[in-house]
Design a binder for this molecule. Sequence first.
Ligand SMILES: Cc1cc2nc3c(=O)[nH]c(=O)nc-3n(C[C@H](O)[C@H](O)[C@H](O)COP(=O)(O)OP(=O)(O)OC[C@H]3O[C@@H](n4cnc5c(N)ncnc54)[C@H](O)[C@@H]3O)c2cc1C
Length: 317
Amino acid sequence: MSEILVLVDHVDGDVKKVTFELLTLARSLGAPAAVWAGPGYSDSAKARLAEYGAEKIYVAAADEIGDYVAAPKAEVLAHLVAERSPAAVFLAATGEGKEVAGRLAIKTDSGVIADAVGVGEGFVAEQSIFGGGVNVHSRVTRGIPIITVRPNSTAPVAAAGAGAEEKVEVALSDAARAARIVERVVQEKGGRPELTEAAIVVSGGRGVGSGENFAIIEKLADSLGAAVGASRAATDAGWYPHQFQVGQTGKTVSPQLYIAAGISGAIQHRAGMQTSKTIVVINKDAEAPLFEVADYGVVGDLFQIVPQLTEEIEKRK
Ligand SMILES: Cc1cc2nc3c(=O)[nH]c(=O)nc-3n(C[C@H](O)[C@H](O)[C@H](O)COP(=O)(O)OP(=O)(O)OC[C@H]3O[C@@H](n4cnc5c(N)ncnc54)[C@H](O)[C@@H]3O)c2cc1C
C-alpha cells in the first residue's frame, strides 16, 4: 500500500488530537507514516502514533527544527517526499500546517488543497466553502497531493500500526533559518480544551449582553467539558477575547456539538461553524437565520434556558 505522510502536530512533546484524525483518514486511503519534526519525541509519543495506525514514524528530532518558523518542517517533508515518493501528504489545517503545506507545494512542484473536511478515493478532497453553503470536491493534478485537513472533521479511531521508527537527518538551508523564534509565551488556558480541537463548543453572541454575563456560557461549557466561543459582535464589544471568535475572521471549528446562544447566524459566523456535526441554537427570535442550520433549536430567553440546561447536565453527572 502506498505511504501517506502525516505531519505530526505536537506541543511540548504531546501529540495533538488532530494528528490521530489525520492518521485515521490516511489509513482509509493507504499506509500512514507519521512525520515527527522538532524536539520532544518520546516513547509515549511513539506509542500514541502507533496506536492510531502509524506504520512508520519518521523522526527528525533536531532541536534546531523547533527554533525556526514553519520552514524547517517543510524541508523535512520535502526531503521525505523526494526519498519516499509518498502517495500524498496530510497536514492539519492550522495556521502552521497551512504555511508548511504551501512551502512544501512550492518545493515539490505539487498542488495543495487547504481546509479539506474530508478526503476520499483518488485523494479527492472535500471543502466546505461560502459559509458552508457549497461543498467542493477537488483533486490535485500536479505532483503529490498535499492536503490540509480541518481539525475535528474525522473521528479518530485507534487501530494499531507497526510504528517502525526511522531517524531522518536533514541539513537545514539558510533560507529555513530566516525567521527565528525568539520567545514563546504560553497562553493562559484554564481548564478548557483548545477551541479548534474541542469536541464540544458553546458560543455566545450579542444576546449575552455583557462580559459578566458570559459566565453563564462558561458554566454551560464547563458542565460539558467544552470550549467557549463567541461571535464577532461579542468580541468586538470586548465581552470576550478575540482569540475565541468563531467565524470567517476568527477560528473555524467543526466539533461534534456546537451550542450557540444569542447568535443570529450571519454568514460570517456560519462560515466558522457550519460543518459542526450537531448544532443547537438558543435564540429568542424564532426567525434568527442560525435556526436554518440547527439540528435542535430552542426559541426562548438564553438567560432562562442556559442555566436550566447547565443544571440538568450537572444533575446527570
Ligand atoms: C468582513 C466581515 C467579517 C466578519 N467576521 C465575523 C466572524 O468571524 N465571526 C462572527 O461571528 N461575525 C463576523 N462578522 C460579523 C457578522 O456579520 C455579524 O455582525 C455578527 O456575527 C453578529 O453577531 P451576533 O449574532 O452575536 O449578533 P446579532 O446579529 O446582533 O444577533 C444577536 C442575536 O441574539 C438574540 N438574542 C438577544 N437577546 C437574547 C436573549 N436574551 N436570549 C436569546 N437570544 C437573544 C437576538 O435575537 C439575535 O438573533 C463579520 C462581518 C464582516 C463584514
